[in-house]
Write a protein that binds this ligand. Structure first.
Ligand code: OSB
Ligand code: MG
Length: 369
């Protein structure tokens, strides 16, 4: 397919509930939606960079720059018939996985639509629904957190992830575990600790957690290996894994027993699948992380999480948990078995509502103009 037009839409979406992690509290969520046009079809991808370099060193502005000045020129006006060609063309660009993923994923949607198949089929997924859980941010008080857990359990989520940071960890996990003894429970520290905190993680061992996500430095694998050797609970890496190579290095030194795959963080659906396959060969479970996506990114996550080694529930909650009005339809709703269904229809299976997109858009680029 000859790529005729590429557009970038910088959006800022008001969140239903503010979301607090160890690096701050967010009231809105920005993203860049990438649209790729060819032969009367439009493929969409979501770039999950944030406004500042908190979770990742990428930001909306760095991603905009890399997309506009380096990635778009690699494929505009060219013929692209497979995602592999895009990966090859992007090979010269080091880093910037979220920028690369936004555009590569739009190409996957475009090519799947052209073939009349769903993204799930194109990826090789066989399920029609993906198991999901809910990620709960840090709350000002324990009672407010317990109310949130209560609400989400009542909504039907069978797995809950709690954000932790020093001072908001053992007591919080104990309180949740005492009230919900059978709940699938895990924690995410977003790199808020060091090896000096090892006793805290050893205390967490008693609460039968599914995993402890990214306790230590955001680039580290060495200290994580030292920590994992002293814990029963599996360590799961998020921030430290930026590519299939990082995943292999981490597994080779036993830095973790589980990997959180975020398609943006690892640089696109092709890299996502490579990590998935390598982990499957080594008997290491993976699960799909979330970045508070719109329905565009959510549809990609639901599709990729149908691959067979996504055996743990993903951070892919129902649309209504994030946004009052999403820029794409249909919304994702929770099934009785704590899953989200893959939408019917070719590609991602969601359609953009142009008026809603325009209402939350801060900036727009079209190449050619
Ligand atoms: O570490 O998993 C994380 C959101 C923004 C940045 C980092 C993370 C998260 C989440 C949100 O946990 C999960 C979701 O999208 O529901
Ligand atoms: Mg995380």
């Amino acid at each position: 397919m000859k790529i005729e037009l590429i557009e970038l839409h910088h959006l800022d979406m008001p969140l239903v509930h503010p979301f607090e992690t160890s690096f701050g509290r967010d009231y809105t969520r920005p993203c860049i939606l990438v649209a790729v046009r060819a032969e009367g079809l439009t493929g969409w991808g979501e770039c999950v960079a944030d406004s500042g370099p908190w979770y990742s060193s990428e930001t909306i502005d760095t991603a905009w720059h890399i997309l506009r000045d380096f990635l778009i020129p690699e494929i505009l006006s060219r013929t692209v018939d497979s995602p592999a060609e895009v990966v090859t063309r992007f090979g010269r660009v080091r880093g910037h996985p979220m920028a690369r993923a936004g555009l590569e994923n739009a190409i996957w949607d475009l090519l799947a639509q052209a073939q009349g198949i769903s993204l799930t089929q194109m990826l090789g997924g066989r399920r029609d629904r993906s198991p999901v859980g809910v990620s709960i941010g840090i709350e000002p008080e324990l009672d407010l957190l317990l109310e949130k857990v209560e609400r989400h359990v009542a909504e039907g989520y069978s797995r809950v992830k709690l954000k932790i940071k020093p001072g908001w960890d053992v007591d919080v996990v104990r309180a949740v575990r005492e009230r919900w003894p059978d709940l699938l429970l895990q924690v995410d520290a977003n790199s808020a600790y060091t090896l000096d905190h090892t006793p805290i993680f050893q205390e967490l061992d008693q609460f039968d957690l599914l995993l402890i996500e990214q306790p230590l430095h955001h680039e580290d694998i060495v200290d994580h290996a030292k920590l994992q050797a002293q814990l029963q609970t599996p360590v799961c890496l998020d921030e430290s894994i930026h590519s299939p190579e990082h995943a292999r290095w981490a597994l080779d030194i036993n830095a973790c027993q589980i990997i959180n795959i975020k398609v943006g963080r690892v640089g696109g659906l092709t890299a996502m699948r490579q990590i998935h396959d390598m982990c499957a060969e080594r008997g290491v479970p993976v699960w799909c992380g979330g970045m508070l996506e719109t329905n565009v990114g959510r549809a990609a996550n639901v599709a990729l999480a149908t691959l067979p080694n996504f055996t743990l529930p993903g951070d892919i909650s129902a649309s209504a948990r994030y946004y009052h009005e999403d820029i794409a339809e249909p919304n994702f709703t929770l099934n009785d078995d704590s899953t989200l269904s893959v939408p019917a229809g070719p590609g991602l299976g969601v359609r953009i509502i142009p008026a809603r997109l325009a209402a939350v858009r801060l900036r727009h680029l079209s190449v050619p103009e």
